[in-house]
Every structure is written in C-alpha cells, then in structure tokens.
Design a protein around this ligand. Sequence first.
Ligand code: HEC
Length: 146
Amino acid sequence: MKQMIKMENIAMSIRHMIPTLKNFAVIVIASSAGFGASTAFAAGDAANGANLFKSNICSACHAVAKGGVSPVGPNLFGVVGRKAGSLAGYSYSPAMKASGITWGADSLEKYVMTPSTVVPGNKMISAGIKKDSDADDVVAYLATLK
Ligand code: HEC
C-alpha cells in the first residue's frame, strides 16, 4: 500500500514535470531544501505543493523567501513549528494571535482546507484547498521553507 502511494506520487511528479521547465526548477529547489529528510511530511509531494501554492493564489498574499516582503498575509518562511500569529512585525487578527496553535502537519492541513473553521474570526480570505491530497502536498511544500 505504502509503495503504491509512493508510485502514484512519483507518477504525479512526472506528469507535473512535463508541461513547463519552471516545474523542473521547483523540484530542484524542493529537493535541495532537504525534503525527504522529514518523515512527518513524507505523505505529501512538495513539488506538486509548490505548484498548488501558486495556482491557489496563496502566493498572491504570502511571500515565502526568508525576510521577503509579504503582500497581504504573513511571510511563510519557517511557518512549520512556528506559533500561529507570532511573526514579528506582522499585524495579525486577535483571533489568530489567541488561537494557541503551533503549526504542524495536521493543523496546517486543516487550516489550508477550512481556514475559518480552524481559526474562527481570522482574517485570511481564502476559499481553501478542496482535496486532502492537495492539502498534504501544500503542507509538504511549506515544510521545505526553512
Ligand atoms: C487573500 C490573501 C490570502 C490568500 C489567498 C491566502 N492567505 Fe494565508 N493568510 C492571509 C492572512 C491575511 C493571514 C493572517 C490571518 C490572521 O491574522 O488572522 C494568513 C495566514 C496564514 C497562515 C498562518 C501564518 C502564521 O504566521 O500564523 C498560513 C499557514 C497561511 N496563511 C497559509 C496559506 C496558504 C497555504 C494559502 C493558499 C491555500 C493561503 N494562506 C492563502 C492571507 C491570505
């Protein structure tokens, strides 16, 4: 079963590699960031997650480069393991600051799917990611941002 899932991920990665050269660059970045070393995030495909991050317009609101200026939401560099609402210099909603969450695989997966359910009253306006496996992939990508 595990092996089958892996094969499926590999097949998906290859499928995503074909359309553009840009995808190739993303895969190189994801692997050079050490993805694969962390077993907690092994379920997701970080390269596909990077594509989803862009196509779900997360990137319209969130910078991901260390110290990068973020357009609307907080910079997500190092978000895994960070206390929710704690990035210095960003003006979070009171709800996010009071949520008590420390971002990990489970909480991030739920938040990117249903932000207003996980942190009621938070100010992230996003329809959310619909598919479980897509959420896994985005979280695997977020885990490479370190
Ligand atoms: C329209 C802009 C917008 C979009 C699109 C958006 N976000 Fe956000 N995001 C925000 C804002 C604003 C906050 C801060 C929420 C608050 O303070 O209540 C936030 C907060 C977050 C946080 C918590 C960060 C922290 O420091 O605690 C994560 C994680 C996150 N977003 C991930 C994502 C992902 C993944 C996507 C794509 C599926 C996404 N966001 C799409 C605006 C956006």
